[in-house]
Ligand binder design. Structure first.
Ligand SMILES: CC(C)(COP(=O)(O)OP(=O)(O)OC[C@H]1O[C@@H](n2cnc3c(N)ncnc32)[C@H](O)[C@@H]1OP(=O)(O)O)[C@@H](O)C(=O)NCCC(=O)NCCS
Length: 225
């Protein structure tokens, strides 16, 4: 069963996040920072969980503002938390200093596109004032993978967000993440840009939905007009 994330689910969701993204930057900041992240999704982003009984098996979360604005707000609203907590984390993992610096810099940098498809459309989709959603996290606990949980979470999102007035749904995936890129291709999503930032891997930006330009079938398959 899919439902909206609740505060009481956050601990379970954080465990799934750690199992799904063990080496990611956000995971390296530790459990308390991940709790802040999912509180932010719950408060000013969006998030769903897939549950069997009380057990959370998967999570899908994102933002209805831009990715940069979402993370900037997360940092500014928790500035004291990070100021108090980060020195301890940095002492334990000194290599993190550079990663944090690069991530913060990235929030204020314009993306560099090494490729854009559908050039005029891309600009129309991301223009200010559009109600776009950016899917940022999709994680399924390892023992529940390959059973359709991730797909059901996406199908739910493809039906729910447009009902809430969203015009387009976007997602970025590292080019090396073959399972997710293959999954999105099969769903019918389109790669509309490849972004390459200095010091970061090449990312594919997927367009999952665009109002008036595609239809979402009951099965979740996206069909473009
Ligand atoms: C990506 C992820 C969310 C998929 O969730 P899932 O519940 O295992 O996926 P599903 O069972 O719904 O499968 C959806 C599709 O993904 C693909 N897929 C899933 N597991 C796969 C595997 N091991 N190998 C190849 N393709 C796979 C298939 O195309 C599948 O569609 P099909 O069943 O119609 O063939 C999950 O593997 C995960 O949590 N990975 C780690 C975190 C991550 O990379 N998240 C995405 C980036 S934000």
């Amino acid at each position: 069963m899919i439902e909206k994330l609740k505060f009481s689910d956050i601990d379970a969701v954080v465990e799934i996040h750690i199992e799904s993204f063990p080496t990611s930057f956000l995971t390296s900041l530790g459990r308390p920072a991940l709790i802040k992240l999912y509180e932010a999704f719950l408060t000013y982003g969006y998030a769903y969980v897939y549950k069997e009984g009380d057990k959370v098996l998967g999570v899908m979360a994102g933002t209805l503002s831009t990715v940069e604005k979402f993370y900037q707000r997360l940092i500014f609203e928790n500035i004291l938390f990070f100021a108090i907590r980060m020195p301890g984390v940095l002492v334990k993992t000194p290599g993190l200093v550079r990663r944090i610096f690069l991530r913060i810099k990235r929030l204020f940098q314009k993306p560099e596109y090494d490729f854009r498809e559908f050039e005029p459309e891309y600009d129309l989709i991301i223009k200010p004032g559009n109600h776009n959603a950016y899917a940022l996290m999709l994680g399924v606990s390892p023992e529940s993978r390959g059973k359709g949980v991730g797909k059901k979470l996406w199908i739910h999102q493809l039906h729910d967000l447009p009902e809430r007035g969203v015009d387009a749904i976007l997602a970025s995936v590292d080019s090396t993440n073959e399972i997710t890129n293959g999954f999105y291709e099969k769903m019918g999503f389109k790669i509309i840009a490849r972004t390459k930032r200095k010091n970061f891997d090449l990312e594919y930006r997927w367009l999952a939905y665009w109002k008036g330009h595609c239809s979402v079938q009951e099965s979740g398959q996206v069909v473009w007009e």
